[in-house]
Design a protein. Structure first.
Length: 113
């Protein structure tokens, strides 16, 4: 049978399954993309925080405070980043639970319990 005729005569169930499969793939990818973007943002903030935690002098033989260090600004920046990272972690956890709920095979999930 020609593909065009086969497509025209496909059953409603077959068409519905094909459409559902396409929607599944697209939706699953978008949900994962959101989670990955949040993870990337959290990782970048963690790198920035790690750099702020490095209070060492510029050389290993220098014990003097860094001239560019502002305790008030450091406290504000580290506090802001710590909160942002925690909020992002909560968002990631929530979205991962949602992803697992919607995109884990229910039979596999029930067998694993």
């Amino acid at each position: 049978m020609e593909k065009f005729l086969k497509n025209l005569t496909a059953s409603n169930k077959q068409l519905k399954n094909d459409r559902a499969s396409m929607l599944l793939v697209q939706t699953k990818r978008e949900k994962l993309r959101i989670i990955e973007e949040l993870k990337d943002t959290a990782m970048n903030k963690q790198y920035k925080l790690t750099r702020l935690y490095d209070l060492s002098p510029k050389t290993s033989t220098d014990l003097a405070y860094r001239e560019d260090f502002d305790p008030k600004e450091w406290a504000k920046q580290t506090s802001d980043l710590e909160i942002e990272i925690d909020v992002l972690s909560m968002k990631i956890s929530t979205l991962q639970l949602s992803f697992n709920e919607w995109f884990t095979d229910e039979e596999e999930a029930s067998n694993g319990k």
